[in-house]
Design a protein around this ligand. Structure first.
Ligand SMILES: [Zn+2]
Length: 261
């Protein structure tokens, strides 16, 4: 069980802007959903986005080589691309289509997807801690130049890029006054309850209090979510029934605060 504490939030209020059953009173507030890959916001937060129009859907790893040759295993399994395709451009276009369905605003950073971060694809960008620092700097600048009322960041399940994105966002929440909520990465969150519990425990040990704020009534619309997920056409085959699982699943989220500095 996590202990909730009140922390001063931006605007001088101690009431989080997003509070389960009362979320409809906060429709006018602006949110930024941080998505590790180009389909993660659609899979994990479509219902939320529909309930909160004009949310920014920021994808961190929306970059890659202009020509992907040969296709790495994930892209090959999609049976959608050909060797040499600009996979990133295709997937960015899919994300823009999904955002249109959700009335959301796409934001794409150019950090390379993990499957391309090797010399074989000509990657010369930062790795490991330097990559985390570079992403952190970009997010911090964005928070300053285009502030919103709250950020939704991934719990960090199922994939190393998700974990990395989550860790960067949590570090940011730790040293700034960003109002932050954590969302469960789907479909992993509906498949790996052990990992969810482990990750929540690990965050508590790092000095965070997480209070579950999953809406008691379904928000948004499952039809919009289904369409937004389907807009990621290239991923249909790879995700298969797991996409349907993500559409049916409850979009879980938690309010994040610090128990220590
Ligand atoms: Zn992902």
């Amino acid at each position: 069980m996590h202990r909730a504490i009140a922390v001063p939030l931006r605007g001088g209020t101690e009431t989080p802007p997003l509070a389960g059953a009362t979320y409809t009173a906060n429709v006018g507030q602006q949110f930024r959903v941080v998505s590790p890959h180009l389909d993660d916001a659609a899979l994990s937060c479509s219902r939320f986005a529909v309930a909160h129009p004009h949310a920014r859907l920021l994808t961190v790893f929306a970059g890659g080589p202009a020509r992907v040759d040969p296709l790495p295993p994930w892209d090959r399994a999609a049976r959608f691309f050909r060797d040499g395709d600009d996979v990133t451009a295709i997937r960015r276009a899919e994300d823009r289509a999904a955002c249109e369905i959700l009335e959301a605003i796409p934001e794409h950073l150019d950090f390379w997807d993990g499957q391309y971060r090797s010399a074989a694809y000509g990657y010369t960008g930062p790795a490991d801690a330097a990559l985390e620092a570079a992403i952190s700097l970009r997010l911090e600048r964005l928070a300053a130049s285009d502030p919103v009322d709250a950020w939704l960041v991934p719990l960090g399940l199922g994939h190393s890029d998700h974990r990395l994105t989550s860790d960067v966002c949590l570090a940011l929440a730790q040293r700034t006054d960003l109002v932050t909520y954590v969302y469960g990465d789907l479909p992993y969150c509906a498949e790996r309850e052990d990992e969810v519990l482990e990750r929540l425990h690990s965050l508590a040990q790092r000095g965070f209090a997480l209070v579950e704020k999953t809406p008691t009534k379904p928000e948004g619309s499952s039809a919009h979510k289904r369409e937004a997920v389907r807009a990621h056409r290239s991923q249909r085959r790879s995700l298969g029934r797991r996409a349907r699982r993500a559409v049916r699943a409850t979009e879980r989220r938690w309010a994040l605060s610090r128990t220590s500095t």
